[in-house]
Design a protein around this ligand. Structure first.
Ligand code: HEM
Length: 322
């Protein structure tokens, strides 16, 4: 029995192997990543198909790749559901009173500076801010779903433009609300969320710049950074409620809405998701098994906490106000 028949391989020149393919080119067997076949990205090569080490290595590399993909998909699915619960809350809590009372729509709402007597400009800013929030929170995850992007490219383009406009306008309005109107927090918490506003504006500019230049890879990266920064307010609520349910609210002074935990969370709400995103980009470039496994394990733990935080925010913040 030949060594090739033992592995049931010889009748074909291409064999699928999970994320990998084994291809015979002349007399040499190459193990290549299936999606990169056109780039001939060679993972390993050998002349004997009974080379068990070669096969083990392939499996050894395919599994971390698979763990990486599954964990990223899991993270995204949980995040998308969490965003859409927040969207339901925004639609239920703000849209009906604004539709009914116009500029006085936020009067008597739970927002400390949602309505200020005599401040027409500020009240309008607050109203626009919460209305645009629906577009940002509801539209962000939709933009990242490949099926939506591929099947409805025109919708993707228009939602993308609206999302960019909404994110930049909300951030500019948010800066005004934070420094001129909001009575909660202090200079340090204000600095935290202001950093987010600045990053949103910068990321949006880069996403547009690369989209205009048709540099799709770079555009995608900046759009993902923008998504993380524009969703910081969602991460904040999920982190805050997850922490509160877990620890009873250590490091939070609820009266003034300040305290060590809120100072950290004020920056972590965007810096942590952005750091994980950069690590994700790195994994796509340097996909050694060890890097992929470490990333997947970390993201899995963060996803577990995020799920817990979404539950806590839904029960503690959003459902009671719907
Ligand atoms: C771009 C993404 C953003 C979204 C989707 C968003 C969404 C929201 C939502 C839904 C609320 C209502 C709060 C609630 O009921 O839980 C809110 C309030 C608020 N947001 Fe934003 N926001 C964003 C960015 C920002 C930024 C960057 C700032 C500051 C620089 C900011 C400042 C504020 C302030 C001060 C309030 C409270 C207003 C009050 O107390 O009356 N937001 N935001």
């Amino acid at each position: 029995m030949s060594c090739q028949s033992r592995l049931i391989l010889p009748r074909t020149n291409i064999l699928p192997l999970g994320e990998m393919q084994i291809r015979r080119v002349a007399d040499v067997w190459l193990i290549v990543r299936a999606q990169d076949v056109h780039q001939r990205q060679i993972i390993s090569r050998g002349t004997h198909m009974n080379d068990m080490a070669l096969r083990d290595r392939t499996f050894g590399e395919a599994l971390p790749q698979q763990a990486f993909r599954i964990t990223v998909k899991l993270w995204f699915s949980v995040a998308a559901v969490g965003h859409w619960i927040f969207l339901l809350y925004i639609l239920a809590a703000f849209f009906p009173p604004i539709a009914e009372h116009g500029l006085e729509g936020l009067k008597g709402s739970h927002l400390p500076s949602g309505f200020v007597e005599g401040d027409t400009f500020g009240n309008l800013t607050s109203i626009i801010h919460v209305l645009l929030a629906a577009l940002i929170i509801g539209g962000g995850p939709l933009q990242l779903i490949p099926a939506v992007r591929n099947s409805f490219p025109t919708f993707h383009r228009w939602l993308g433009r609206s999302y960019l406009f909404a994110a930049v306008s909300s951030s500019t309005g948010g800066l005004y609300m934070t420094w001129a109107r909001s009575p909660i927090g202090d200079a340090f918490t204000n600095l935290g969320i202001s950093g987010d506003a600045v990053l949103i504006i910068i990321f949006a500019a880069f996403a547009v710049y690369h989209a205009i230049g048709r540099r799709i890879k770079q555009h995608r990266r900046w759009a993902l950074r923008l998504f993380m920064a524009a969703s910081a307010v969602w991460f904040f609520r999920v982190g805050l409620m997850g922490w509160t349910m877990l620890t009873g609210g250590i490091g939070i002074d609820w009266e003034s809405f300040t305290g060590p935990f809120l100072y950290v969370l004020g920056f972590a709400q965007y810096l942590l998701p952005l750091a994980i995103l950069e690590w994700y980009f790195y994994c796509q470039r340097q996909s050694t098994p060890r890097v992929l496994v470490t990333f997947s394990a970390t993201l899995f733990v963060l996803t577990a906490f995020m799920t817990f935080g979404i539950f806590a925010a839904t029960m503690g913040l959003w459902l009671p106000r719907m």
